[in-house]
Write a protein that binds this ligand. Sequence first.
Ligand SMILES: Nc1ncnc2c1ncn2[C@@H]1O[C@H](COP(=O)(O)OP(=O)(O)OP(=O)(O)O)[C@@H](O)[C@H]1O
Ligand SMILES: [Mg+2]
Length: 455
Amino acid sequence: MANVLPFFMGHQAGSLGQQGMSQMGLGMAIAASMVVLTMFQQFLLTHFRGYVEQLLRKLFKSLDQNVQIRFTDDSMDGPKNHEAYAAVETYLSSRCSAQAPRLKANSVRDITTPVLCVDVGEGVDDKFNGVAVRWQLVEEEKDKGDVFRGGSRKNRYYTLSFRKMNRKIVVEEYLRHVMEEGKALKARNRQLRLYSNSASGSECYWNYIMNFDHPAKFETLALEKEKKEDVINDLIRYLLYGPPGTGKSTMIAAMANLLSYDVYDLELTAVLNNASLKRLLNRIPCNSILVIEDIDCSSEITNKREKNSQGDEKTEKIFERVTLSGLLNCIDGLFSANDGGRLMVFTTNHVEAIDSALLRTGRMDKHVEMPFCGFEAFRILAENYLGIEDHELFAKIEGLLEEIDVTPADVAENLIARKGKGEEDSGDECLNKLIEVLEKKVEENRVKNAELPLL
Ligand SMILES: Nc1ncnc2c1ncn2[C@@H]1O[C@H](COP(=O)(O)OP(=O)(O)OP(=O)(O)O)[C@@H](O)[C@H]1O
Ligand SMILES: [Mg+2]
């Protein structure tokens, strides 16, 4: 560089004659510029090459190829892999219906409604906190070796593509969101099951009875709003009490549906002894409701045992089974309040007959009385069964319900019986028939009270 510059400057300051000088000067200038250019090129190459390369690499990087993550459906790769694939599939089923041109309806065991899935080759776009991603379902032939390992001949996987600069948010936040949402959706659609216990030899078992397809929901449960909200907000351990037909079992079904929990219906008289009880309760998985219906009958048995040690053989045999203290131990040990995903509900028609040890706070956190049918409950039933929200006969019914005790089951029965009889009048007919039944009960009550001897 030091040699070039003086030469070039010399040309500008030269003193040769006009024409010849200008031609010679031009030639020299061209030659000089070429030399300068070559040297400049060499200079750039030697000094800035690394820098330029780095710059270009950065530029390409910022233009950024997509990153791809695979979620395979190969159970050979372990249950965790399969779980993630299933969660992705369920998550995408909620996103894809509006996007993918080809969808398949998959009927999945344990899921009540068919799951819509993206078909092979189709893509689904998703957005999370402003970051765009694309999912695609891919299928390819397996290697020969893999086919030999068994299973399907094809590999199926979802690819998740996104810009590399979004890697952190996708990996740390978006994927967690997909997994959580996918699992929650699956839980919501889960086919619920009903189990009951039985004994064989010296062992007790839970038996699958049937799918639990009860339609009860809290919205259709005929009960005051406040009471329902109280139960929903604090689902832990319950004692539901009230006369037959007030909706105790219906409430349990509504709880199971609300939480998507299976129901484990425990028949205490079929449990061999305290140790069996403990084993049975230990086997109840998360996301389950343990139900002990008519607990008053069970505790009566345990109380009689102490009074009646010389009792007949049959009675003695029952008494040997589960004791009250055994039951209390299990409740205290197994179903603690922070043991998420398990709920315990007892029911009784006679709350006064229950041993006070069972009623103590901490054992049954909530005592919920299922009352006779009040006007608010009636309105819900009228809406459920007749689709009527308000009617001029409601006032009369309200007055009658204040005079007598009828259960929601009694009211519902009268509303069902008339359903679908006529077209327009069927609602009126039902209400009039209900009024008739209620008036009859009021009259019966009056007669009964009149017959009672005065004390
Ligand atoms: N509160 C309610 N809300 C809606 N429906 C109810 C209610 N109570 C009763 N029913 C209707 O009456 C039927 C019987 O009610 P359910 O079996 O829940 O009563 P229960 O209190 O469990 O009675 P039991 O003490 O005899 O077991 C239900 O199938 C339902 O149709
Ligand atoms: Mg019941």
